[in-house]
Design a protein around this ligand. Sequence first.
Ligand code: ZN
Length: 277
Amino acid sequence: MPEGDTIFRAAAALHRALAGDVVTGFDTALAPLARVHDDAPVTGRTVEACESVGKHLLIRFSGDLVLRTHMRMSGSWHLYRPGERWQRRTSSMRVRIDTAAWVAVAFDVPVAEFLTARTLARSRVMTTLGPDLLSDGFDREDALARLSGAGARPIADVLLDQRVVAGIGNVFKSEVLFLCGIHPDRHASRLTADEFGRIVDIAVPLMRANTGAAGSSGIVTYRGLRRTTRQASGEENLWVYGRGGKPCRRCGTTIRMAKRGPDARSTYWCPVCQPEL
Ligand SMILES: [Zn+2]
């Protein structure tokens, strides 16, 4: 599942490729988008900006039109040069935006809608988002207030709740809690102000460190290498995520894994480095 850092990278790559250019072609397999395009064509508009807000990707067109997409588990945006062979099946194409220099293709995005500035400002899903960890204007105090008000819920679930803080996904959830030495089952109501501060102060630079170097051409990938350790190799790049049954990199104890929370998302932790208390 793409997290805030990958959406941020994708938005930056799309922005570099498309912003300022005129849309020369638009196609979609999604009927609600096609209806809007029929009435008020996307073709001919200028791409003004591509940006990420939490895990949402917004593409702003001239003439007050915004395309919001959310990748959930399966979606991805790719960038190709005109005529370049796609790396996914044409049948997976949901949205395609052509400019003179690029073809941006959204494959398998489950959430895509057109909005105007007004409907975006009223959109429940967007207005209830917590502070975006990757935003320049990240509001640390607001994030701490929302975290400490999250109540008797496991901190692992709270970190995935985009209304509390926006951007953390399943990988960073496990990695941040390991780095903070906090057991994923501890309830937010039992954490100290110090611990919340540590979570935020570790999560922000960790996620920002993963937003660089998207590559300005070719594929926008969501399976790119994500690093939370200082090791560069693919095998060594995470502390606990995906390492169930393997020894903890710090203490050698066997890493545990359990599926829990509203969507039975996998959670990884070290029982020694992250005591239950
Ligand atoms: Zn350990």
